[in-house]
Design a protein. Structure first.
Length: 186
């Protein structure tokens, strides 16, 4: 004997099967082939970092590390720790720092443009003369950071962080010629 519960379940299973058959019929009737997207060539910021041929520092401890002047374009430091690390004058364009911890690190003169820096700790960092154009830094902390001459043009920051940074904004970026206050829309 069937219960009243079985009828809706069977109806759902039949409808699911009919949907799968209709989808299969539609796919075979298309005039063009259906292909899977190949992301190994890298199409977006995250894909470029995931499929790069450079060293990946994801979830590593780089505290005190010396990256001064290095070319680290599209590298990943996601979830990494780098207390006091030296990234001065390094090219970190497009690098991923999601959920990373880099308090007291030195990014003086570094190019961090288009970096993904969300939910990261950059407290007490040296960001003097750094390029931070187009960074995504929502949920990040820049408490006590030195931002003299930093360029935050088109950066995505939490409104409260932007207000705090404006309190200390001073100087002009030597590379872009943009005033820090102007780049933060202070």
């Amino acid at each position: 004997m069937r219960s009243a519960f079985d009828a809706p379940v069977m109806r759902h299973q039949i409808l699911g099967s009919l949907f799968a058959l209709a989808l299969l019929a539609l796919m075979t009737a298309l005039p063009f082939p259906v292909i899977a997207l190949d992301t190994s060539t890298g199409v977006g910021l995250q894909d470029r970092a995931l499929f790069q041929e450079r060293v990946d520092y994801t979830l590593t401890n780089q505290s005190g590390g010396d990256f001064h002047g290095q070319n680290l374009v599209n590298t990943s430091f996601a979830g990494a720790t780098g207390r006091g690390a030296d990234f001065s004058d390094a090219n970190l364009q497009g690098t991923i720092f999601t959920q990373a911890e880099f308090p007291e690190a030195n990014f003086h003169g570094a190019n961090l443009s288009d970096a993904l820096m969300d939910r990261a700790d950059f407290s007490k960092t040296d960001l003097r003369d750094a390029l931070l154009q187009g960074v995504i830094a929502a949920g990040s902390s820049f408490a006590g950071a030195d931002i003299e001459g930093a360029d935050f043009t088109d950066a995505l920051l939490d409104r409260e962080d932007q207000r705090r940074l404006c309190q200390d904004a001073d100087g002009v970026n030597p590379s872009s010629g943009v005033a820090t206050r102007d780049s933060l829309d202070c």
